[in-house]
Write a protein that binds this ligand. Structure first.
Ligand code: ARG
Length: 402
């Protein structure tokens, strides 16, 4: 029987060429699978047809937008997930979902291998292969760009030789990956970390420098799940989409950073994630009102570890699942509303309220309705400082300065 290979298909040059490349190299049938994770841009029917025109025996398109929002973006939001304190894991989040659908497509089409178009220098190869290893360890993995010499020049030559329906001249000088949670731009002149990003790199965000009226938004959360914008109930997908529009229009969510890749390379990255970063800002703000101090402090460590695991391709790991259980528990009272002004590239919280708030007006106020017993403070401060005083006394006896 002819070998069948499922290919993660984007519609771009590399994966279009990979169809014929894999078919020729292995005498295999290639099933192209394009996953809609909210990347927008080109129509997916056109992408489906292109795969067939490039020689795929079957071409599937999966609308995974709601699943991506609910099962991947939402856990990231509740974990305030920011790799290196900045990057909201845009590409890292989509890969496990794509892997899940590739494995399912392999099962339904009788394929015995899965192929991807990643290079050997990035994180995405790791995320694909480690994910597949966890979900479908029996499937072989093919990586023609990395393992069988399918370089850029050879891909262009291959496409021209075979008359593949791809306009190689329209190719972007950057490597772009985008989805509902944001957009990543790499390579080209950005490879010099001193080169400033130019305006036409961006497509999810308008320039924050342009004069415009501010936008005010109220985000409602229930147990850490965003449920409404300006009082209108919406599902997570619609909330992220609308926040992308509104925060994007105010130039919010642009990042320019040097990132530590898993393979050890430092890489210059430009991102725009208007919805993700505005929602994380709102979520963090509501947590300040509703999460108890020690839980909040501990959660920050969990958030960092969660982000590193997902960045490093370990979505399908026992630790990520266990940390998600922690985040779930910690989100139990993250219920209420946050008001933000979106303007000049920033989402600035201006109000927060909750029926399960830990903010106690009587304890906080300096007015006459103060309920805080200040006589307790003196003894508290004495005992709190006791270990420092004892140590300082010892140091002074030994002639040292504390
Ligand atoms: N450096 C980012 C990450 O590892 C973005 C990767 C984008 N992928 C791409 N093929 N351009 O998550």
């Amino acid at each position: 029987m002819t070998e069948r290979v499922v290919l993660a298909y984007s519609g771009g040059l590399d994966t279009s060429v990979a169809i014929g490349w894999i078919a020729a190299e292995r005498d295999a049938e290639v099933v192209a699978v394009a996953i809609d994770v909210g990347q927008g841009g080109e129509d997916l029917d056109a992408i489906r047809d292109r795969a067939l025109a490039c020689g795929a025996v079957e071409s599937l398109v999966v609308d995974a937008r709601a699943e991506f929002a609910d099962d991947y973006c939402l856990p990231a939001l509740r974990a305030n997930a920011l790799y290196m304190d900045r990057y909201p894991l845009v590409s890292a989040l989509s890969r496990p979902l794509i892997v899940k659908h590739l494995a399912a497509a392999a099962r339904s089409t009788g394929a015995t291998a899965v192929a991807h178009g990643c290079t050997g220098k990035g994180n995405d190869q790791v995320r694909f292969e480690v994910g597949l290893g966890a979900l479908a360890p029996d499937l072989a993995v093919l990586a023609p760009v990395r393992d069988s010499g399918m370089t850029r020049d050879k891909a262009i030559a291959f496409a021209e030789e075979r008359g593949l329906p791809i306009d190689v001249t329209k190719r972007s000088p950057y490597s772009v990956d985008q989805n509902l949670w944001g957009r990543a731009v790499e390579t080209g002149f950005l490879e010099d970390p001193w080169h400033a990003p130019v305006e036409d790199l961006y497509s999810y965000t308008a320039s924050p420098a342009v004069e415009r009226a501010p936008d005010e938004v109220v985000v409602t959360f229930a147990d850490g799940v965003p449920t409404a914008l300006d009082g209108r109930a919406l599902d997570v997908l619609a909330i992220v989409q609308q926040m992308n529009e509104r925060a994007g229009a105010q130039g919010i969510g642009r990042l320019d950073m040097v990132e530590d890749r898993l393979v050890g390379i430092k890489s210059r990255e430009v991102y725009e994630a208007p919805g993700a970063l505005a929602l994380i800002t709102a979520h963090q703000e509501l947590e300040t009102l509703t999460v108890e101090r020690d839980l909040a402090r501990y959660k920050r460590q969990v958030e960092q570890r969660w982000s590193e695991l997902v960045y490093d391709g370990l979505w399908f790991s026992p630790l990520r699942r266990a940390l998600d259980a922690f985040v779930d528990t910690a989100s139990a009272h993250v219920t209420g509303e946050v008001r933000m002004t979106l303007h000049g590239g920033r989402a600035v919280p201006t109000g927060r309220r909750s029926d399960v708030s830990l903010y106690d007006y009587g304890l906080a106020t300096y007015d006459s309705d103060d309920t805080f017993d200040q006589t307790l403070a003196k003894g508290f401060v004495d005992l709190w400082g006791l270990p420092s005083r004892i140590a300082a006394t010892r140091d002074a006896k030994a002639g040292g300065t504390p």
